[in-house]
Design a protein around this ligand. Structure first.
Ligand code: UDP
Length: 422
């Protein structure tokens, strides 16, 4: 029997539909890392909050993986900002499950600060060690979102304590590591950089004409794609503002916006209004959430993938675009400046700067040969550096170091240096 690992991901289940307000990268990460680790022989249970009364407690999620729905708060979809109060119940229900099944775990992998709180409490009661991936840090959110940040102020203290109590903290990129050291006093030797990845069985290049035809898109227009959760910090407004300034000789340009659901209706309405105000609503197509199996068509159909958030803990969507052979223009922040090599697999621009973005879009759209070369580079880069198989291999090194009680004093930053230099 392989090692038993408990993933805790209190608000982000791999079973959720993605692209609304709260379901995005973390859901993908937890599902994909678990899947790869299970292939290596680990037994994984993913504990996530029950958001629907009808869901069974245990749902198999492929060989060696189960999703365990935990009773903690109302069994309905509620904003993640309100969930902290239910974490004591989460821990108790998790312990009940372990008791009922007569099982324990070799290690807990906590995802996000509330799961880290549960992991700390579990450690106190059972002695099970934990590692944590924060996915986002309260301090950084506060800097960028100010009073719009609705998370309880205890978040930062919880994160500080988790840094102290965890056996290891997994940073997703060098910026994340720097932030953990600067704002949380995390000792360098307690942090390992393991980036996110992409599933290349799900996201790969298809024939561009076929993709356009399947999606009902014209062949003779230039297509820009923005895809992700529709929340203000993703800077979708910046892309619309840039579109209004793009001038492309000989071709019309359209912008596809994928993502957004009823929970993000307010942000969608704001973006539609902006497109109206800037007189580009005939060029902007709001397409709503799309399922994973269709994403490769959207990514491949696009000439450029654009993502210009204010800040980004990692950002999986640039990897997904690159895996489909599509160059990325992204903001020069966080994980994006790590995953996208400027001038090689795409371009980096300052966030909140529509003029700079419009200039890069215009220049690239008018250089098809450069775009083609960047697309090829992007595909090579992502396959070499950012697959979930590679992520899981790094994770295994970390887990075994902790479970096997190996020396944790000097974890290597695994593939980080290599990625930067490419
Ligand atoms: N996503 C999706 N369908 C949609 C919109 C988004 O499957 O309609 C997925 C997207 O493909 C990516 C994830 O949601 O895998 C967003 O992750 P990312 O790390 O880019 O952003 P986060 O949600 O973590 O802020």
């Amino acid at each position: 029997m392989g090692r038993r690992i408990a993933f805790i991901s209190e608000h982000a289940s791999p079973l959720a539909a993605l692209g609304g307000a709260d379901a995005g990268g973390q859901n993908v990460y937890v599902g994909e890392v678990a899947r790869q680790l299970a292939l290596m022989g680990y037994q994984i249970d993913i504990f996530t909050r029950r958001e629907d009364k009808k869901l069974p407690q245990v749902v198999p999620f492929g060989d060696n993986i189960r999703i365990i729905h935990v009773n903690a708060g109302p069994a309905e979809d509620i904003p993640k900002e309100t969930l902290l109060q239910y974490m004591p119940a989460f821990k108790t229900d998790m312990l009940c499950f372990m008791e009922k099944e007569q099982l324990s775990y070799d290690l807990v992998h906590a995802n996000f600060f509330m799961s880290a709180l549960v992991a700390m409490e579990l450690k106190k009661e059972t002695g099970i060690p934990f590692v944590v991936t924060f996915h986002a840090l309260g301090h950084i959110r506060r800097i960028h979102q100010g009073d719009n940040d609705q998370f309880p102020k205890e978040r930062i203290t919880i994160e500080e304590n988790a840094v102290k109590e965890a056996s290891l903290v997994i940073a997703e990129c060098p910026q994340d590591r720097e932030d953990l050291m600067k704002y949380y006093n995390a000792p360098a030797e307690k942090i390992t950089i393991i980036p996110c990845g992409v599933n290349t069985d799900e996201l790969y290049p298809v024939n561009k004409s076929v993709a356009r035809s399947l999606l009902g898109l014209p062949y003779d227009e230039k297509v820009l794609l923005q895809l992700g959760r529709m929340v203000p910090r993703k800077g979708v407004d910046n892309v619309i503002r840039a579109l209004a300034k793009v001038r492309c000789r000989n071709a019309k340009v359209r912008l596809l916006i994928v993502g957004g659901d009823a929970d993000t209706a307010k942000e969608l309405a704001r973006l539609k209004q902006l497109a109206d105000d800037l007189k580009v609503s005939d060029k902007v197509y709001f397409l709503g959430q799309k399922s994973r199996k269709d994403l490769k068509y959207y990514y491949t159909a696009a000439d450029l993938f654009i993502t210009t958030p204010w800040y980004e803990p990692f950002g999986i969507t640039p990897l997904e675009a690159m895996a489909c052979g599509t160059p990325v223009i992204g903001s020069n922040v966080g994980g994006i400046k790590f995953s996208v090599a400027d001038g090689h697999s795409g371009a980096l621009v300052p966030p909140k700067d529509p003029d700079a973005l419009a200039r890069r879009i215009t220049a690239l759209l008018q250089s098809p040969a450069v775009l083609r070369e960047m697309g090829n580079n992007a595909l090579r880069r992502v396959n070499k550096l950012f697959t979930w198989e590679l992520v899981a291999r790094d994770m295994q090194t970390v887990y075994e170091r902790i479970i096997g009680n190996d020396d944790t004093s000097s974890p290597k930053n695994l593939r980080a240096e290599e990625s930067i230099s490419l």
